[in-house]
Ligand binder design. Structure first.
Ligand code: FAD
Ligand code: NAI
Length: 486
């Protein structure tokens, strides 16, 4: 069990005191992409819902520290790259190098976050049976919780059901120097005041890869240290290896099989000592070190020990209907463990809300999840990889497409990448779509639909894709696989 800290249970600190706890139908703990849509869907159907969020607004890690701020920086980095390549398109910039106004980038980020946060609050205000309380919630038992507002006295409430949607927090390596001021998490890097001249990134998962490429595009000298034999372990191996080449072309020093031994202060910089794949000891120096070695479920100070809810470092244990071992208490999103994506938290939230409202509900399974890694080029994934599909007992076929020959990819100046469709040769259904291409994020929508609807390869082949678009790759790959009997 992970260590939890629970606020002292002291009835005298509770507003409700002798009157008894205030009843609500459903308590939702956490206002991220899991908790907020769950609360809104349930309250819109007339349930009395109390949504408790300990941060400053609704949106969670995704809005304030994750998806949105990282994609805002990614967007500026992409535009910078495009300007640098302008000559290739016959466009000359008389002034030479582009000036990066980091403060302006950060102001743009803050403005978008504020706009989205205000939008979320406006939407919840229109739902009369939804109360949003900014503060923290902790369970006191199977049907009771204590709400401690950001300002003011705490209050005990009694709930019919509770949904735990408290997200995840960064894992920190248990090594010397992890607490040095130069060592930051993704949340702190996204708030950094100055572009670091040198950046060491520990961990080549989605966070490490995205941040390494963003900061390299802005001009930081980046070293990316990954303990495993390749980057982005869960994705298609061929795509991960191809992306590694792009990362190296970008000038990032990528060390696979790197065991970080410790981090030491070196003036204002930090020296990251690691053992490389050959066993040799090496050092990488940088003003900033990003620790991006994964995230674990946020169960701190939740009072789970006063209930039968079970959890470990992988997450809160739930059944196929997202119910914990404590009947009536559910968990969704990152706190349940992998996959950890904003849209996954939201689909779980909406399925659970439907279930609690007594509607026939189909709970999502990871086999039809999709995800985009905002790398350069982008990676889009839907459904199963080749090895997952084989392990699940499918007789698999692979349809392929090479974007080097693609008209749109050539026109847009990114003639690189691949598409792989994994399908069941007997049942014909598309089981997985794996894309490495600039534009994969937009292209993936069709792949996600094909996987979710178990579209037969023949239907994809017969779909009329407009020319010249990247989506033609889907039809061409499907047709060639059918023709060649692959
Ligand atoms: P969270 O968003 O973490 O929300 C949980 C909320 O619960 C928080 O607001 C927290 O303050 C609150 N809370 C916690 N404890 C309590 C308590 N006791 N009382 C009250 N409130 C509490 N995913 C994508 O799909 N696409 C991306 O591009 C993407 N990029 C990412 C980039 C980064 C740098 C990071 C870190 C993550 C990224 N993710 C991305 C992952 C995504 O942010 C998470 O999967 C998603 O936010 C999970 O949603 P959630 O609702 O489960 O948890
Ligand atoms: P992760 O767990 O996906 O990857 C961590 C990486 O660090 C792994 O490759 C692992 O081998 C490596 N690692 C672990 N210990 C190490 C060590 N001691 N030295 C060097 N490398 C080490 O976690 P990450 O990247 O922190 O992201 C967390 C989650 O956030 C992701 O799993 C993803 O679900 C979500 N996310 C999603 C994004 C998206 O959808 N575009 C973007 C960013 C994050």
């Amino acid at each position: 069990m992970l260590a939890t800290e629970t606020p002292a249970i002291n009835a005298s600190t509770s507003k409700s005191g002798g009157v008894g706890p205030r009843p609500v139908d459903i308590l939702v703990i956490g206002g991220g992409p899991g908790g907020t849509p769950a609360a809104m869907a349930l309250a819109s159907a007339g349930r009395r819902v109390l949504l408790v969020e300990k941060g400053a607004g609704l949106g969670g890690t995704c809005l304030f520290e994750g998806c949105i701020p990282s994609k805002i920086l990614h967007e500026s980095a992409q535009r910078l790259q495009a300007i640098r390549c302008a000559k290739k398109f016959g466009l000359h910039l008389p002034a030479g190098e582009v000036e990066i106004d980091w403060d302006a980038i950060m102001r743009r980020k803050a403005a978008i976050l504020q706009h989205r946060s205000e939008g979320a609050l406006q939407r919840v205000r229109h739902i009369p049976t939804l109360t949003v309380q900014f503060g923290s919630a902790a369970l006191l038992g199977p049907r009771r919780a204590r709400i401690t507002p950001r300002d003011g006295e705490s209050e005990d409430i009694e709930f019919g059901n509770a949904i735990v949607a408290t997200g995840s927090v960064p894992k920190l390596l248990p090594i010397t120097g992890i607490d040095l001021p130069q060592v930051v998490t993704s949340e702190q890097l996204l708030e950094i005041e100055h572009l670091p001249k040198r950046l060491v990134v520990i961990g080549a998962g989605p966070i490490g890869v995205e941040m390494a490429q963003i900061f390299a595009a802005f001009g930081s000298q980046v070293t990316l240290l990954e303990a495993g034999p390749r980057i982005l372990a869960p994705i298609d191996e061929e795509i991960a290896i191809a992306l590694q080449t792009h990362i190296q072309w970008q000038g990032i020093v990528l060390e696979l099989g790197a065991q970080v031994l410790g981090i030491y202060a070196d003036g204002d910089s930090a020296r990251v000592q690691y053992q490389n794949a050959t066993g040799a000891q090496r050092n990488a120096n940088a003003e900033t070190v990003l620790e991006a070695t994964g995230r674990h479920p946020n169960v701190e100070r939740l009072g789970l020990e006063y209930t039968s809810v079970r959890f470990d470092h992988h997450g809160v244990k739930v059944d196929g209907k997202l119910e914990t071992d404590e009947p009536g208490i559910y968990a969704i999103g990152d706190v349940v463990g992998h996959p950890m994506f904003a849209h996954w938290a939201t689909v779980q939230a909406l399925a659970l809300a439907g279930h609690l409202l007594g509607r026939p509900t189909h709970f999502p399974t990871p086999a039809i999840n999709s995800a985009v890694i905002f790398s350069t080029p982008e990676v889009g994934i839907a459904g199963l990889t080749e090895s997952e599909a084989s392990a699940a007992g499918h007789n698999i076929g692979i349809a392929r497409y090479d974007f080097r020959a693609d008209a749109r990819a050539q026109v847009s100046g990114h003639p690189e990448g691949m598409l792989k469709l994994v399908y069941d040769k007997t049942e014909r259904a598309v089981l997985g779509v794996h894309i490495l291409a600039e534009g994969a994020a937009s292209l993936l929508g069709e792949g996600a639909l094909a996987v979710a609807a178990k579209v037969p390869l023949e239907v994809l082949a017969a779909t009329i894709h407009s020319h010249p678009t990247l989506s033609e790759s889907m039809g061409v790959a499907a047709r060639e696989a059918i023709t060649s009997g692959r």
